[in-house]
Design a protein around this ligand. Structure first.
Ligand SMILES: C[S@@+](CC[C@H](N)C(=O)[O-])C[C@H]1O[C@@H](n2cnc3c(N)ncnc32)[C@H](O)[C@@H]1O
Ligand SMILES: [Zn+2]
Length: 276
């Protein structure tokens, strides 16, 4: 079953001949070699290549695959198990701003008693290409979370990890008993990295609760905090490269960090669960 709708006319979008999806008005979209669709109309692009570039996507994958954030994955899994209940065991999960796909694949793929079909979107075609190339059982497409080519009430669980949220679109696509899980940085996230770059550390703040509460009930907040210990310059670099600091900080300032061969770093996440 397809949850997709045409980004031009909102008619349902279904597979037709091999490697093509079409809507009832004959708008058609070809599957890319890796098996994903590009459903981002040119007029919704704010730049030629929106979202994370290939270097950022590669950096993120390299770091995540070292497993340093796996305690967060375990926390998401146990929340799904203990706090959510679904009326059927077959559920549709949707990773909004999926990046290269790691979180939804690891956190939502093998949940006891649930058979999850994972769909994911990101505005970055590089992110989607990497996700589709690796996680063949899931389905990925390029689109913006501000204008999702996804049918009304077609999704049971939205996962959003460190990506922008769009509560009205989340509300529209979520089924009547559906949930949204939003992971955002808590105050001390990567504190030591920020302290090495800036003179004053400013704890993270987000407006996730205010934003999402306009459309959803806030059901639960879990804080997941742990330390990660890096024991080589390569590990330190892999972490720094997947943060915005690396891409926005002058090289001289980065040397404070990238020359380190030992670093202990605080990870601090908020996991919020919202319901209808
Ligand atoms: C910090 S990354 C997080 C990626 C992934 N969830 C993870 O945690 O590994 C933020 C992602 O949001 C994507 N993004 C930014 N604006 C977006 C939009 N309007 N619609 C969809 N994705 C967007 C970026 O391309 C990037 O992949
Ligand atoms: Zn159409």
């Amino acid at each position: 079953m397809s949850i997709l709708i045409c980004p031009y006319c909102q008619g349902s979008l279904v597979p037709s001949e091999e490697r093509t999806y079409v809507c009832e008005n004959k708008h058609s979209f070809d599957l890319a070699k890796q098996g994903y669709l590009n459903l981002l109309p040119v007029n919704q692009k704010k730049s030629k290549d929106p979202g994370d570039n290939q270097m950022m996507v590669t950096a993120r994958r390299e770091f995540l695959e070292l497993g340093f954030y796996d305690p967060l994955i375990e926390c998401i899994k146990s929340l799904v198990e203990t706090k959510l209940s679904f009326s059927a065991s077959n559920i549709i999960a949707f990773d909004a701003g999926c990046g290269e796909g790691y979180y939804s694949q690891k956190a939502l793929n093998e949940l006891p008693g649930l058979n999850t079909k994972i769909w994911g979107t990101d505005i970055s075609k590089y992110a989607v290409k990497n996700a589709a190339g690796k996680y063949k059982n899931n389905f990925y497409f390029v689109s913006s979370i501000y204008n999702l080519p996804v049918a009304k009430a077609s999704v049971d669980l939205i996962l959003s990890v460190f990506s922008p949220v769009m509560e009205e679109e989340f509300k529209r696509i979520l089924s009547a008993q559906g949930y949204a899980i939003v992971v955002s940085p808590a105050p001390n996230h990567l504190r030591e990295i920020a302290e090495l770059i800036y003179e004053n550390f400013r704890p993270h703040t987000t407006n996730i609760l205010e934003k999402m509460s306009a459309s959803f009930r806030h059901l639960h907040r879990e804080n997941s905090s742990f330390r990660i210990e890096m024991h080589s310059a390569e590990e330190v670099l892999s972490l720094v490269k997947m943060t915005p600091y690396y891409w926005s900080t002058a090289e001289e300032r980065l040397e404070n960090i990238t020359k380190k061969t030992e670093l202990s770093v605080s990870c601090d996440f908020n996991i919020d669960i919202f319901g209808q």
